[in-house]
Write a protein that binds this ligand. Structure first.
Ligand code: AMP
Length: 429
């Protein structure tokens, strides 16, 4: 199957070619025909499946084809707000905006991204210049609607992205308020990684009677393409293990997860002390600092990004080599979301988890959820003495450490990375 066979129009095909997308991912193959036909869609899919393009491409195409009949006047037409995409975090909003800009490059269709935590001036100015598609987080959207900067009266396409996260983050009331501002006649798209009863109920409020359904992860399955391992390690040795792993494979771009903001800062400090270029991204950082950290990580200037779960939600870094769970999450679904950051689309990825004795119950819960045993790396330098004689609670499959180590040189990170990939390894996509 090709994008051309999905009847994607030339101006969008050109931009997809530029991005190097040779064929649609399964969610794109299934969703695009439904959306081009004008039907509502209920999509059960994790981020990393190509979901953004699955909804962005048909919306761009529908707006393009419905605005005017000839190419020239399409490009000259006045923008008017026709599509609204609501997503839980600012990082995700920015990324969706970037994707729309990329895919819509030859269509003349404009998008604007709004989110909280920054002054609203630049956003309201962009809105006043006119936009076709608005990507928004719920709080700022409601704020600007209430101040009269946004009217949703002409919305034809509405997307609720990552509905399960919206619920987790307490946005459900905001989402319900937003729905009340939308015209009844519209095409609605609803995406969620999980379909708990509350999510299904919410989808019923948004979608029309007979939506098309697409399910890419029927059960909450961990992405099979991600190579997972766990290291049993004492809490106090986790920092040494992290440095050791970074020194083994300095060329891997690494996203490290910390359960707390304070913990994330401590990890960055420790890595810097060891001569490893690292930055943190979490809710206590200013929007500017978060964007800079993400930009430096994407460009390859920083090899390690240390993030909390909410800050990292949905961030998309092409070519992300590995995820390290410095702390195991106490909510097993969070593990699935975390490791979904690597091994995106068709890429392979690695997810390593550090588990101290107190975290073993979390590991058990995770293994139950993903219905698989995560191989344990045996014989690494920081293995706790107690592991030798104590039976590990979790059922484990052994894996020798040397199998994990592909490069044991201890050269400087940036020198190694730049020699291998140049400075722009991830900038092109
Ligand atoms: P998403 O699930 O939307 O976060 O997308 C995950 C990643 O897959 C992003 O880096 C996209 O740029 C990439 N991607 C989306 N569609 C395709 C495709 N058809 N071929 C290759 N990569 C893709």
């Amino acid at each position: 199957m090709t994008f051309k066979e999905l009847e994607i129009i030339d101006p969008i095909l050109r931009s997809l070619q530029e991005k190097g997308y040779t064929q649609p991912t399964p969610i794109q193959e299934q969703s695009i025909p439904i959306l081009l036909s004008g039907k509502d869609l209920l999509g059960c899919a994790q981020t990393g499946t190509g979901k953004t393009a699955a909804f962005s491409i048909p919306i761009l195409q529908n707006i393009y084809l419905n605005t005017s009949s000839d190419h020239q006047s399409r490009r000259r037409r006045k923008p008017g707000l026709k599509a609204l995409i609501v997503t839980p975090t600012r990082e995700l909003a920015i990324q969706i905006g970037e994707s729309l800009t990329d895919y819509g490059k030859f269509t003349g269709i404009r998008n604007t991204v709004i989110f909280g935590g920054v002054k609203q001036g630049a956003q309201t100015q962009a809105l006043q210049r006119g936009t076709d598609i608005l990507v928004a987080t719920p709080g700022r959207l409601l704020d600007l609607i209430n101040q009269g900067f946004i009217s949703l009266g002409e919305i034809e396409y509405f997307v609720l992205d990552e509905a399960d996260r919206m619920l987790d983050m307490g946005f459900i009331h905001d989402v319900k308020k937003i729905i009340n501002f939308l015209p009844v006649k519209r095409q609605s798209l609803f995406f969620s990684a999980t379909m708990a009863p509350e999510i299904v109920k919410l989808s019923g409020k948004i979608l029309g009677g007979n939506p098309g359904k697409v399910s890419i992860t029927p059960k909450q399955n961990t992405a099979e393409k991600v190579d997972q391992s766990v290291y049993f390690v004492d809490k106090k040795s986790k920092s040494k293990l992290l440095v050791h792993l970074m020194e083994e494979n300095p060329e891997d771009s690494t996203l490290v997860f910390s359960r707390t903001k304070h913990g994330a800062d401590k990890i960055v400090k420790m890595l810097k002390k060891a001569g490893i270029n690292a930055l943190a991204i979490h809710g206590n950082k200013s929007q500017g600092a978060r964007q800079k950290a993400l930009g430096d990580f994407k460009s390859g200037e920083t090899s390690v990004l240390v993030a909390t779960d909410i800050a990292a939600r949905g961030i998309d870094v092409s070519g992300l080599g590995r995820v390290i769970n410095y702390d195991l999450p106490n909510i097993p679904e969070t593990y699935v979301h975390r490791i979904g950051r690597t091994g995106r689309a068709n890429a392979e990825g690695t997810a390593l988890s550090f588990c101290d004795v107190e975290e073993k119950p979390y590991l058990n819960d995770i293994q139950k959820l993903i219905n698989q045993n995560i191989p344990v790396v045996k014989g690494h330098p920081f293995i706790p003495q107690v592991e030798a004689g104590v039976e590990i609670n979790a059922k484990v499959t052994e894996r020798p450490e040397r199998e994990r180590s592909r490069n044991s040189s201890k050269k400087s990170y940036s020198a190694n990375r730049n020699r291998k990939y140049g400075n722009n390894r991830r900038s092109g996509n």
